[in-house]
Design a binder for this molecule. Structure first.
Ligand code: BES
Ligand code: ZN
Length: 630
């Protein structure tokens, strides 16, 4: 047999077969994208094109009532029904928008946190429907606060739609794969004010009510719809930025966030033009369950950022960064959540670097990445390192996205991007790529595969273990070597403290950010004695700090060392603000401290009504998990 037959033929054949297999799978991926497992809607059949929401708010009964006009386009010309997501909505009638004729509809059985499919029968001529409905007082996306839960004398309402709570406020195709512009009219009792994730157009007054009109021209996914109604006031920071809060703390909010325009400008240098018109910032009451929420034109933030020294404004940089990654380039469904959060953390730290200037910037950025690894380790510890939810791409069939939430998409995602940046030759090469990625995919919803092929087309010779990074659970494949020069001081002090070497002078030279890092590092050490903690407490009184991050890290250090005097302070901290990032770890820490476990559960039960329902149900699940393990 000749060499041609024994070697060359099989080699050529296998190259051809390999090529054919690759083509086949590429084609499969393009032709049948996986449908959104968190929505009943089917974007391959029919797609909403605009929403017009008209609601009247009754804060006494905690109900929004009115109608929504939904226009759509059939993808499949034969499509005879429109399937929307809805959750606990009371629907009274549905009309053909053009003819005014009533349309038949069926609300399917409620399926857990996903709500129900609402199937509307369409006439061939129907291209828009009007759904008349009202929300439930227990709508999962709404929290109504009684006057005693606010600073003032009026009730307060806010929504939190991400990930799948929009459907409890408006019937819609509640998938980030579909984006639509929206207009809205909200009628509220005087003297309440309404704001939304849109531009305010005008208002009209009647004797006892005010109607506010809004317009969001840029197509957005339903999870970015947002409403706040309360006795709120605002103060201008720049021509396009203002801060909103309850009357009583507006001055404090203004001084904490007065640099927002500067941060926004830095973000534009990193990511491109800011296209949303306004960037307003609204400071919510303490039960707001997140640090921030990137509602377009109107970021929501927790009042726990009010440290008095601007030390926690990285959250604002983060929400600003979402104006590009998340709000322009959107994850197609929650299985690709890291495309929203990993990219946003990565941009957030680029923005912080810009603000720190060319000398310090890179060290600031890498220091932030390094500290982020601590929360990643904690998240993976809580889930377990083999838990599939610790991969970047997850499977959410039957899984509530709120249950899948953790630091993993944030920190593993941004670690991956940092790794890719190093691989291609550093920021000088990666920055322009990132900008072109944003420009190319803005106004679209994409999956991880789209990012992967875009990367491959730019860097055809760069080898990446995509599977290893995207679908393997646990810590990142590679932990980059970060510049830790900015952390040196905190590392030194944490080491000294852990050895019981405590000097008052040292503390004075630490910024609040350095105190946070020092305490965060101290919490990772296993040899901090009760005696040391006692001494730290009497020297520095961290337990009285007004900085929520300091208080949080300090509580965790104390609980780990079983320092009893912290218990009442820790419980007070987690029952007077409802930010899950603080509430869940501290309750979990206390649940596993035998002497206080039951006490912590009792306090939670007593204070339960304070929390937003997302936070409440997550802590309830944490209690069940604790009891199952005990
Ligand atoms: N979009 C998220 C908050 C969110 C995520 C709400 C998933 C509901 C479901 C927001 O941008 C965020 O990430 N906030 C962080 C800020 C931090 C990473 C700087 C937070 O809340 O702590
Ligand atoms: Zn985010």
């Amino acid at each position: 047999m000749s060499h041609f037959q024994t070697l060359v033929v099989p080699i050529i054949a296998s190259i051809l077969i390999g090529h054919w297999i690759k083509l086949y799978f590429d084609r499969e991926n393009r032709m049948s994208p996986r449908p959104d497992p968190s929505s009943f809607s089917d974007s391959s059949q029919i797609r909403t094109t605009t929403l017009n929401i008209v609601l009247t708010a009754d804060l006494k009964s905690a109900v929004l009532s009115g109608h929504v006009d939904i226009a759509f386009k059939r993808v499949n010309k034969e499509c005879q029904s429109l399937v929307l997501d809805c959750k606990d909505l009371d629907i009274s009638r549905i009309l053909d928008q053009a003819s005014g004729e009533e349309l038949e509809y069926v609300v399917g059985d409620k399926f857990k946190e996903f709500g129900s499919p609402l199937t509307i029968s369409l006439q061939p001529s129907t291209n828009g429907v009007t759904v008349h409905y009202k929300t439930s007082p227990t709508a999962s996306g709404v929290q109504v606060l009684s006057p005693d839960q606010t600073f003032g004398e009026h009730p307060y309402l806010f929504t939190q739609n991400q990930a799948i709570h929009a459907r409890s406020i408006v019937p819609c195709q509640d998938t980030p794969g579909i984006k639509t512009p929206y207009t809205a009219e909200l009628t509220v009792d005087k003297p309440l004010v309404a704001v939304m994730s849109a531009v305010s157009v005008r208002s009209e007054e009647s004797e006892s009510t005010t109607t506010y009109f809004f317009n969001q021209k840029i197509p957005i996914p339903a999870y970015l719809l947002a409403i706040v109604i309360g006795d709120i006031v605002s103060q201008d920071i720049s021509p396009r930025v203002r801060v909103w809060s309850e009357r009583a703390n507006i001055d404090k909010c203004y001084s904490e966030f007065e640099d927002t325009e500067t941060i926004l400008k830095a973000a534009e240098e990193v990511a491109g033009e800011y296209v949303w018109g306004r960037y307003d910032l609204l400071v919510l009451p303490p039960s707001f369950p997140y640090g921030g929420m990137e509602n377009p034109c109107l970021t929501f933030v927790t009042p726990t950022l009010l440290a008095g020294d601007k030390s926690l404004v990285n959250v604002v940089a983060h929400e600003i960064a979402h104006s590009w990654t998340g709000n322009l380039v959107t994850n197609a469904n929650w299985e690709h959540f890291w495309l929203n959060e990993g990219f946003t953390v990565f941009l957030e730290r680029k923005i912080l670097a810009k603000l720190a200037g060319p000398e310090e910037g890179e060290a600031v950025r890498e220091g932030a990445h390094m500290m982020g690894l601590n929360s990643l380790k904690y998240a993976i510890e809580v889930f377990g390192k083999d838990n599939p939810l610790t991969a970047l791409n997850v499977n959410l069939d039957g899984v509530d996205p709120d249950d899948a939430f953790s630091s993993v998409p944030y920190e593993k995602g941004s670690t991956f991007l940092f790794y890719l940046e190093t691989l291609v030759g550093g920021p000088a090469v990666f920055d322009p790529f990132l900008r072109s990625y944003i420009a190319e995919h803005a106004y679209k919803s994409i999956t991880s595969e789209v990012f992967v092929s875009y990367f491959k087309s730019h860097f055809p010779n760069v080898e990446v273990d995509w599977r290893g990074w995207l679908t393997t659970p646990g810590m990142p494949l590679v932990i980059p070597k970060y510049d830790d020069s900015r952390q040196q001081k905190s590392i030194e002090v944490a080491k000294a403290w852990s050895n019981g070497d405590i000097s008052e002078k040292e503390r004075e030279s630490l910024s609040s950010k350095q105190v946070i890092s020092t305490l965060t590092l101290l919490h990772t050490y296993d040899d901090v004695t009760l005696e040391t903690v006692k001494q730290l407490d009497s020297t520095f009184h961290f337990g009285d700090s007004q900085n929520a991050e300091i208080l949080f890290a300090w509580c965790r250090v104390c609980i780990k060392a079983r320092y009893s005097p912290i218990v009442s302070k820790a419980l007070n901290f987690v029952t007077t603000q409802g930010r899950m990032k603080f509430v869940r770890p501290i309750f979990r820490d206390l649940f596993s401290w035998k002497e206080y476990s039951q006490h912590a559960i009792d306090v939670f039960e007593r204070k339960k009504s304070f929390y937003h329902n997302i936070c409440r149900s997550m802590v309830e699940k944490d209690i069940l998990a604790h009891q199952a393990n005990a």
